[in-house]
Ligand binder design. Sequence first.
Ligand code: B12
Length: 278
Amino acid sequence: MMSSVKQKYERRMEPVVVGDPSAAGTSKMVRAYGDTTGDGMVQLSFTLPLPHDKRAEGAALQLAKKMGMEPAMLVHAKAMGSGFTFFVVYGAVSHVVDLRQVKVVEREFPLLSSKEVNTGIRDTLKRRLVVVGACIGTDAHTVGIDAILNIKGFAGEKGLEYYSEIKVVNLGAQVLVPELVARAQAEQADAVLVSQVVTQKDAHLHNVTQMSAAFREAYPAGRVPLLVIGGPRFEDDAAERLGVDRIFGRGTTPSEVASYLVHAVQTKGARKRPAKKG
Ligand code: B12
């Protein structure tokens, strides 16, 4: 006799009509994969404000079930301090993804070699391109912005400091927006690169919106430097909403950013620089 969990599990599997995702183009409908193709198995982690006991474990399973996991299996529970428990739940969901409805923001510029970047900047600007970078607000996660700016770079690529035609001013962590604006003006920055990693209470969205507004206020129209933001949890298509020119996400490499900067100055033209301050 089958256990009730096994029965439920197999019922879930029956109506699945999906192609083999490894055979490109055979199916537009995809379900999560756990143990067998199309079984819909997903893993979910969360914390409940409850001390770790049987009641808390039952509450975690109830939550997972209400979210559509059926059956839901508790695979990990750990007390986080006195009144909180962290859970990992594994189970099947019936949801099917329609690949035709997935929107992807494609890279709108070609990837250039460092030589092409330097030539592109020299030919367009007739001078070095100035980049001012910072991690703003209370955010102290500088590894990401350093990966892009510092000469040591990231993923086997050298950072923007390596490019002879780019001048990099890296202000580091916890930079206040007024400080960033003032330094960008003093350096006559062509581009301002801002990193935001902490997303608690949407801090990244608030900080970036405040930053872009401050630049628009401080500069005459049409003279605002390129505003480029990056971090692991921005939505790809949020640039306009946040008042910035471009967003870079997880896994970005320095050459992508350098190539974008060339593309941006070539397509938008060199921004007229305001009088040097400071
Ligand atoms: C290292 C680390 C720290 C270090 C940071 C050291 C430093 N100098 O940076 C220390 C120990 C200080 C730290 C502290 C904290 N941390 Co921390 N930290 C991390 C950790 C483990 C790795 C982050 C990292 O370095 N990633 C590697 C880099 C290369 O990746 P990246 O930042 O995504 O950058 C890439 C892209 O996003 C992009 N990019 C990023 N920025 C930019 C900018 C531009 C312009 C461009 C073009 C591209 C770009 O390019 C980069 C290269 O590809 C993460 C967890 C994780 N595994 O991600 C938590 C994490 C980010 N930290 C977290 C938290 C909560 C904290 C603390 C609040 C903890 C605490 N209670 O004290 C404090 C906050 C301190 C502060 N004031 O900001 C949370 C954030 C949760 C959230 N979503 O808000 C995370 C996710 C851990 C977690 N799961 O809870 N942390």
